[in-house]
Design a protein around this ligand. Sequence first.
Ligand SMILES: *Cc1c(COP(=O)(O)O)cnc(C)c1O
Length: 414
Amino acid sequence: MRPPSVDSLARSLADTGLPHPLLVDAARRAIAAGDPDSARSLAEATRRTFLQPVVNATGTLLHTNLGRAPWPVDDPGGYTNLEFDLATGQRGSRQDHAGALLARLCDAEAAIVVNNCAAAVLLVLAALAEGSSVAVSRSELVEIGGGFRVPDVMARSGANLVEVGTTNRTRRADFAAVGDDVALIMKVHQSNYRIVGFTETTGVDELADIGPPVVADIGSGLLDAACPWLPGGPPAWLADEPAARQTLAAGAALVTFSGDKLLGGPQAGIIAGQAELVARCARHPLARALRPGGHVLGALQQVALAYLHRDLDGLPLWRMATRTVEELWARAEALGVGRPTEMTSVPGGGTLPGAEIPSAGIAVDGDHTAALRAAPRPVIARVSDDVTELDLRTVDPADDDVVADAVARAVGDR
Ligand SMILES: *Cc1c(COP(=O)(O)O)cnc(C)c1O
């Protein structure tokens, strides 16, 4: 029998809903491999590479591979006043919307938004310390993950790194000794590791009066240590995580942080603090290359307004982070599949190493993760000791049916 033509094979897959050119690609590859019947699975494999919503049942709140924080969007995608001042009819700035609200939230004079926190650090150093020196403690020359190394970023910015103190101990006097040619003192939060034992660090409050502006890269994006948006106040697992508002109040001239860690927004980086320094960052040529698009600024504005309203339902990350174990247990029982089980969630995203959040979900014997990923709406679970665990803390209750369905299919009940 002659093999089918590429075109007729592609047309026979039209029910997959994929665009014709992609079906032609699948058909061509299947025929070339001498296995026309594989065209459908090749087309399905293409679909699985598309960016799509998944259910995070891993219990890791900020899951880097799943887009870190979940955030709310009401973005119709039409024209906006992104760079248009509605009061004057003149050109406006894209930093006037979310930036201004974020500044209000951490009690800063001003704030601007760039593409991520790495970009925020790069821009601050390039704008304020290019060609001059920046003092950093040897205990804070960190790699954040994904190859982001603070010393490398500093070198790219054109700033000259001056290491002070030792790996385990850095005192105020070490910073005070570096002299007058230092343009900035930089503090980098040890987000993803801790040094324990014979250690000493110097707080922002002790560094603020040495002279050069202190820039604190706090990374995590916690806005206020008092968590006024949480009816119960800060959860115990938050421990001593530095917050933007308190770091500025302690004397930092600027703070930099991520939009998609504990802030609970889209990928972004925020530079907040003294208006004059923020303006110098905004004027630097790199600011143009690092600026975010309108949909990111729109989502950040929505998150900032939810914080100001103290509207927990508008802050999905914090809503999930603070659900009680009882609530999660009741949902686990109501799923009607698997065994309700106590579990431990983690903040993730390279923040709060070692922090554990008591949680609950369901356990199913055997490794069903591949079948769960193949569900119409992929469900991402974890396996331990040949038991599949689905932690409900990171699952939106509106998706419980999706989870129940995917598990029932995976174990062959449906
Ligand atoms: C996570 C982190 C960064 C990098 O943030 P991105 O938004 O991922 O670029 C930088 N500094 C610190 C201290 C961090 O925790």
